[in-house]
Ligand binder design. Sequence first.
Ligand code: PNS
Length: 166
Amino acid sequence: MTTVLYPGSFDPIHNGHVEIVETASRLFDRVVVATLHNPQKRSGLFDLAERSRLIAASLAHLDNVEVTSFSSLVVDLAKEVEASFIVKGLRAVSDFESELQMAQTNTTISGVDTLFIPSASSHSFLASKLIREIARFGGEISGMVPPAVADALHQRFTESNEEIHT
Ligand code: PNS
């Protein structure tokens, strides 16, 4: 059985992420989607528990997908869940440099390799940061995120009037 780990901030998960998980779920036996606290980014919009809930709701149609959260090295999580590979999505050339650096670093420190799955062109512009900004100002995000995420963003920004953190 081949397990892969798909890590990310997922703050929040969007349709581009969903597409990558759908592809991984067709290619591999088991996909573990993990939302990790990214110390390079300021505190997020949704906490890890809420991100996990939204990921699970968005991927409920996929039988071989599990959702978890973690605050540690991604390679340690990969070993813990017995993943053969880390899977990452690539949207554009701009993603490539940092993703290659992370992949090479992770292989160097652990031997865990990373496989890249290209994003569909229809999703290659999607970014959680931009979706948060659009939602914050009441813009239309329903075509970019799963329904559970659209609801959560709507609640966060229209009902509780919370400020955005980017
Ligand atoms: O969605 P993102 O923000 O691009 O995801 C980046 C993430 C969370 C996958 C990356 O920051 C990560 O792997 N963090 C865990 C800590 C770690 O292992 N750092 C070393 C990476 S070379």
